[in-house]
Design a protein around this ligand. Structure first.
Ligand SMILES: CC(=O)N[C@H]1[C@@H](OP(=O)(O)OP(=O)(O)OC[C@H]2O[C@@H](n3ccc(=O)[nH]c3=O)[C@H](O)[C@@H]2O)O[C@H](CO)[C@@H](O)[C@@H]1O
Ligand SMILES: C=C(OP(=O)(O)O)C(=O)O
Length: 420
C-alpha cells in the first residue's frame, strides 16, 4: 500500500506546468473509437483513469499507445469487439463514454454499470433515455446494458439537469446519426467544448458546444484527427488552493483562467491575490484567509470537483464559511478526515458550516474519493507535524504524480510503499 507522508508548514513557492484535463481527455479517447483511422492526442495526462481507458481501447481491438510523453496515438480501424470488459468498466465512471461511440459506429455495445467515485447515486438514466430517443434499443439485464440499432436518427433531446457525461455521450452518438440532433439544457463545461472541437476536427458538424443548446448535424464517418487537450482546471484550482493555505506564491503555466472565473473570484474573496496573463496564472497570499460562502453549480458556477480542496483551505479562515454542494448528494466524505486533523466542520444534508480554526494538526487519514483525497493533501500541507494519507488509488485516478508537482513547489511530501 502506498501512502503520502507530508510534513506540513512549508510555504509553496515556484512554478509548475498544468497538464491536460482528465475530464476532457477521457471522452476524447472514447470518441477516437468513432474514427476509422488514426487519432493523435497531445497533452494527455498520464494518470490512472487514462491508463484504464487506453486498456479498454486495446481490449476492444484498437491500437492505443503513448508515442512520447503526453502524446497518445489511437488507430481504431480494426476494432473487433463492442463488449466493454466488465473489470475495466468498474474502475471508473468515464467507462460510460464508450456507449455513444461504439453504438454510433457499430450499432452495438454491451457494457455494465460504470464505477467511479462514490459521491452520490450517479444514475445513467439521462444517457439511456437520450440513446433510446436517437433510436437505439436498450436492454438491461443482470447488471449489463446492451444497446443496439441499425441506424441512429437525429432527434430533439432535453436533459432534466445539465449532465456533463450525458451531454458528451449523446453528442458523440448524434455525431454519426442520420439528420439533426438538438440537445437542450446541455451542460456547458469547457471539457464539452474540447470534445466538440476534437470531433469537428475529425469531420463532425457540431455547433453551440459551451451553450445551453447544442446542434449536431450527423455525418457518415469521421476521419483522422489531431488535437491538444485543454489544461486541467481542477488541477489548477487544487494547486491554487494548496498555495493559498500555505501562504505561498506560485506561478502556473499552461493554465486557462477563463475556465476558472467562479473559482478565481472566490479565491480573491478569500484574500488570495490572483493575476492572469495569456496562459499563466500567478497567485500570492499576503493576509489571513477570509471566510467565504460558496455553492457548487454546473459550469460556469463553482465546480463541485473543487468543493473539497476549497473546504480544506477554509478550515484555516478567520471566521465561518458556508458551503453548499448542489451537484452530488454525498460529496462530503472528506469531512470526517478533516475533523481528525482538527478542523471544525458541521454538515447538515448538502450544507457544510466551516468554523475557521487557528491550526490543523497532522494525523493518519484516508482518502475515500478523488477530490476528497486532494483535499486531505491540501490540509496536510498546512497542518502542524506529519500527516499520512492512505487510499492513494483515488488520488491517482485524477492527478499525475501530485507529490512530485507539490515537491517541485517546495512541499515536504513523499510517496512511500508500506508493507502491511
Ligand atoms: C469524467 C467526468 O467528466 N466527470 C465529471 C462529470 O461527471 P458526470 O458526468 O458523472 O456528472 P453529471 O454532470 O452527469 O452529474 C450531475 C448530476 O446529474 C445526475 N445525473 C447524471 C446523469 C444521469 O443520467 N442522471 C442523473 O441523475 C448525477 O447524479 C449528478 O447529481 O461531471 C461532474 C459534474 O461537474 C464532475 O464532478 C465529474 O468530475
Ligand atoms: C468525480 C470525478 O471523476 P469521475 O466522474 O470520473 O468519478 C472527478 O474528476 O472529480
Amino acid at each position: 500500500m502506498d501512502v503520502y507522508r507530508i510534513q506540513g508548514g512549508r510555504v509553496l513557492q515556484g512554478e509548475t506546468r498544468i497538464y491536460g484535463a482528465k475530464n476532457a481527455a477521457l471522452p476524447i479517447l472514447a470518441a477516437s473509437l468513432m474514427v476509422r483511422g488514426v487519432t493523435r492526442l497531445h497533452d494527455v495526462p498520464n494518470l490512472q483513469d487514462v491508463q484504464v481507458m487506453l486498456e479498454i481501447l486495446q481490449r476492444l481491438g484498437a491500437r492505443a499507445e503513448w508515442i512520447e510523453p503526453g502524446t497518445v496515438e489511437i488507430d481504431a480501424t480494426n476494432v473487433s469487439s463492442t463488449d466493454v470488459p466488465e473489470d475495466l468498466m468498474q474502475r471508473m465512471r468515464s467507462s460510460i463514454f464508450l456507449m455513444g461511440p461504439l453504438l454510433a459506429r457499430f450499432g452495438d455495445v454491451r457494457l455494465s454499470k460504470p464505477g467511479g467515485c462514490v459521491i452520490g447515486q450517479r444514475p445513467i438514466d439521462y444517457h439511456l433515455r437520450g440513446i433510446r430517443q436517437l433510436g437505439a434499443k436498450v436492454e438491461e439485464q443482470h447488471g449489463f446494458i446492451r444497446c443496439t440499432s441499425h441506424r441512429l436518427y437525429g432527434n430533439l433531446l432535453s436533459l432534466d439537469f445539465p449532465s456533463v457525461g450525458a451531454t458528451e455521450n449523446l453528442m458523440m452518438a448524434a455525431a454519426l446519426a442520420d439528420g439533426e440532433t438538438i440537445i437542450e439544457n446541455a451542460a456547458r463545461e469547457p471539457e464539452i467544448v474540447d470534445l466538440a472541437r476534437f470531433l469537428n476536427a475529425c469531420g463532425a458538424k457540431i455547433r453551440g458546444a459551451g451553450e445551453h443548446r447544442i446542434v449536431i448535424s450527423g455525418v457518415h464517418h469521421l476521419h483522422d484527427g489531431e488535437h491538444t487537450v485543454i489544461p486541467d482546471r481542477i488541477v489548477t484550482g487544487t494547486l491554487l488552493m494548496a498555495a493559498a493555505i500555505t501562504g505561498g506564491e506560485v506561478v502556473l503555466r499552461n493554465a486557462d483562467a477563463n475556465h476558472l472565473l467562479a473559482v478565481l473570484g472566490k479565491l480573491q474573496e478569500s484574500g488570495l491575490r490572483v493575476y492572469s496573463e495569456h496562459d499563466i496564472i500567478t497567485c500570492k497570499r499576503a493576509d489571513a484567509i477570509r471566510p467565504v460562502d460558496m455553492r457548487t453549480e454546473p459550469y460556469p458556477g463553482f465546480p463541485t470537483d473543487l468543493q473539497a480542496p476549497f473546504m480544506s483551505m477554509l478550515t484555516l479562515a478567520k471566521g465561518t464559511s458556508i458551503l453548499r454542494e448542489n451537484v452530488f448528494e454525498a460529496r462530503f466524505k472528506h469531512v470526517d478526515e478533516l475533523l481528525r486533523m482538527g478542523a471544525d466542520i458541521r454538515v447538515d444534508m448538502r450544507t457544510a458550516v466551516i468554523r475557521g480554526v487557528s491550526r490543523l494538526s497532522g494525523a493518519t487519514v484516508e482518502a475515500s474519493d478523488l477530490r476528497g483525497g486532494a483535499a486531505l493533501v491540501v490540509a496536510a500541507l498546512a497542518a502542524e507535524g506529519e500527516t499520512e494519507i492512505r487510499g492513494l488509488r483515488h488520488i491517482d485516478r485524477g492527478y499525475e504524480s501530485l507529490h512530485q508537482q507539490l515537491a517541485q513547489l517546495g512541499a515536504s511530501i513523499e510517496r512511500l510503499e508500506l508493507n502491511c
